[in-house]
Design a protein around this ligand. Structure first.
Ligand SMILES: NC(=O)c1ccc[n+]([C@@H]2O[C@H](COP(=O)([O-])OP(=O)(O)OC[C@H]3O[C@@H](n4cnc5c(N)ncnc54)[C@H](O)[C@@H]3O)[C@@H](O)[C@H]2O)c1
Length: 366
């Protein structure tokens, strides 16, 4: 159980600063403004005017706009935490800055673009004693919880599959990434597989490619085949340039056990001809609202949230292992990816106290 600083007065609202006023930042700002127990006190974006424009479009807003966290602090704005909704490449710098200012961080996925950077961030959270949580928003769906509970009651799962076929034209950073599907989207089903199975992956074999009609520069399609520690195989097949008959954003799930198969299309309640479906809980919050609720609860009570950075590292390692496997044309072990990332994190770390923590972890005392 990781401990971290909590609110001085758990009955007051958590004062939050949104960092990153892009497409997803707008969703977060509206959510924070409509959440009891949260107060939006600032918005930051490095693009001049972007934070101000986002705030101007919101009703009931009293937050201040700025181009950096330092400007906001300089203006005397007091806050407890940031919500990091910047592009993935900025996550490490933005999160580290906030942690070392003594602020908690709720980060959009991915925690960082590499496992090494994510390990550095988890260590920075430990050193500063601040909460660092990832909003892995696709873990929070009533249908997914029902699917997981139904599957769990059936005993061991032999094969778990997820099929994801969409055709979004995002523009922006995804269209120039080398592995847009695996890196920006794969993290969701990979993390959900760990959640469904309550088990950890051991290895992966993956092939990725870019269909001839793709509007992405990098590989927009992939199949990844994971082996989990208790023997379950998890097969993910996805494409981000697949117009027509698209799946839901959660993809279509299927779990096959010795007694029954359970199917969840990612949008409607799960179905099965041979298993009793655990009903959906209508009171269960979903997506980023659920992540924010968990974050605020953690700041108030000190209860460890499911998205705490340490626990998210293996989901990120699944992504990195799949990308490596696609590059090498061979299976990759998750433990090897984590070990290499720990070494890379140590090699790249510029903060002495974080480096000391990483060294202590490697020596088995951290
Ligand atoms: N959970 C989900 O379903 C979901 C959906 C979409 C996006 N996301 C995640 O949200 C994040 C943002 O995605 P987006 O689609 O909003 O991207 P975006 O490009 O629309 O917005 C990102 C914003 O961050 C700003 N920014 C970049 N570097 C910054 C820095 N150092 N300091 C302050 N601002 C900075 C940019 O100027 C931009 O306005 C990504 O991590 C993405 O993976 C999650």
């Amino acid at each position: 159980m990781t401990s971290f600083a909590t609110l001085d007065d758990p009955s007051r609202a958590a004062r939050l600063v949104l960092v990153g006023a892009g497409a997803m930042g707008a969703n977060w700002a509206s959510l924070i403004l409509s959440t009891a127990g949260a107060e939006l006190v600032g918005a930051v974006d490095i693009v001049p005017g972007a934070a101000a424009r986002l705030l101007a479009g919101l009703s009931r807003n009293t937050a201040m706009a700025a181009e950096s966290l330092a400007d906001l602090v300089g203006a005397g704005i007091a806050f407890d935490a940031i919500v990091n909704v910047t592009v993935p490449a900025a996550h490490h710098a933005v999160t580290t800055d906030a942690l070392f200012r003594g602020k908690a961080v709720l980060s959009e996925k991915p925690l960082a673009p590499t496992v090494a950077q994510a390990i550095s961030l988890a260590a920075a959270a430990a050193v500063t004693g601040r909460l660092l949580m990832v909003s892995q928003s696709r873990r929070y769906f009533r249908g997914l919880t029902s699917f997981k509970r139904t599957v769990k009651a059936l005993g061991p799962v032999g094969l778990l599959t997820n099929d994801f076929f969409k055709a979004p034209h995002f523009g922006g950073f995804r269209e120039t990434m080398a592995q847009p599907l695996l890196v920006d989207m794969g993290i969701h089903p990979f993390d959900a597989a760990r959640f469904i199975l309550d088990d950890e992956p051991v290895s992966v074999y993956c092939e990725s490619f870019n269909p001839s009609w793709s509007w992405y520069a990098g590989d927009a399609a992939a199949t990844a085949f994971f082996t989990f520690s208790r023997g379950t195989r998890f097969r993910y097949t996805g494409s981000w340039c697949s117009p027509g008959d698209e799946t839901s954003w959660n993809g279509a799930w299927r779990a096959s056990s010795g007694q029954a198969s359970v199917l969840w299309d990612g949008a409607n309640p799960p179905v099965s001809t041979h298993a009793d479906i655990v009903p959906l809980d209508p009171a269960e919050p979903e997506e980023i609202a659920a992540a924010l609720a968990e974050f605020i609860r953690a700041l108030r009570t000190g209860a460890e949230p499911s998205g705490i950075a340490d626990r998210n590292l293996v989901s990120l390692a699944m992504v990195e292992a799949a990308v490596l496997s696609a590059q090498r044309g061979a299976a990759v072990r998750i433990a090897d990816v984590l070990a290499d990332a720990r070494n890379a994190a140590l090699g790249a770390e510029s903060r002495a106290e974080v480096r000391a923590h990483l060294l202590a972890q490697q020596a088995g005392v951290g």
